[in-house]
Design a binder for this molecule. Structure first.
Ligand code: MF3
Ligand code: CO
Length: 249
């Protein structure tokens, strides 16, 4: 079932999204050579709780942390640990969200640690830009496939591939609700977009092939071919005035 949110609900959800975006920005600024992913995770959790919210990934299907931190060839769902240090030259995808007064925010970004290769920078830029291409299509009267196709065509025109096995989603009183928002598809197809829908749009882009595999820890998703991967996500509301990015500071 697709839940349309009222203006009052959107106002509360905007607060959850503001907290999610604040935590993501904080982690982005804290990324430097030698920091562990567990340290970053703790900063995110403390910030979210200091805002009167709760980290919404923690405990979700047994997920043990506040953030997913995925480095280089890791696509998503990397589990923070005390043993994992970030090195100069790494690209670091951070995904996290906050639950505030019953509503969820969800966002992600890929950050550079120190100087990274021009190839890695181009992958990051393309992935971020593809998210904005998708957001532009999040308009009442359009369809989910308009978003999917905009993301896919932008990414593939630049020689990269979009992950097929994981998709964006509706978000609201649940972290994941209908509809699914794939990063590949056909314009004009799929669910009709309506004011009050809130969507987490989240392209995951591989420098190589789109195939992925899951590590023995049961969570960390890697590119099968070992290529780099980037991930950006915003929670977006569809309004009569167009798309509104809720996880923007
Ligand atoms: N970050 C994912 C999303 O954007 C959800 C994370 S699953 C979790 O939809 F278990 F890690 F929380
Ligand atoms: Co999401």
């Amino acid at each position: 079932m697709i839940v349309l949110k009222t203006g009052r609900e959107l106002a509360v959800m905007r607060e959850a999204c503001r907290i999610s975006a604040g935590a993501l920005q904080l982690i982005g600024k804290a990324i430097e050579p030698g920091v562990t992913t567990a340290e970053l995770d703790r900063m995110a959790e403390e910030y979210i709780r200091s805002q009167g919210a709760v980290p919404n990934f923690k405990g979700y299907h047994g997920y043990p942390a506040t953030a997913c931190i995925s480095i280089n060839n890791e696509v998503i769902h990397g589990i923070p640990t005390k043993k994992r240090k970030i090195n100069a030259g790494d690209i670091v995808s951070v995904d996290l969200g906050a639950l505030f007064e019953g509503y969820h925010g969800d966002n992600a970004a890929t950050f550079a640690c120190g100087d990274i290769s021009p190839e890695a920078q181009r992958l990051i830029d393309t992935t971020r830009e593809s998210l904005y291409e998708g957001i532009k299509m999040a308009r009442a009267g359009g369809r989910i496939g308009d978003i999917s196709s905009a993301v896919q065509s932008y990414v593939e025109a630049r020689g990269y591939s979009v992950v097929r096995d994981f998709v964006g989603h509706g978000v609201g009183t649940s972290l994941h609700e209908a509809p699914e928002v794939p990063n590949f598809g056909t314009a004009g197809r799929g669910v009709r977009l309506m004011p009050g829908m809130t969507l987490a749009i989240e392209p995951m882009v591989n420098a190589g092939n789109y195939d992925v595999k899951v590590m023995p820890d049961g969570w960390t998703v890697l590119t099968k071919d070992g290529s780099l991967s980037a991930h950006f996500e915003h929670t977006v509301a569809i309004t009569s005035e167009g798309p509104q990015i809720m996880t923007k500071l």
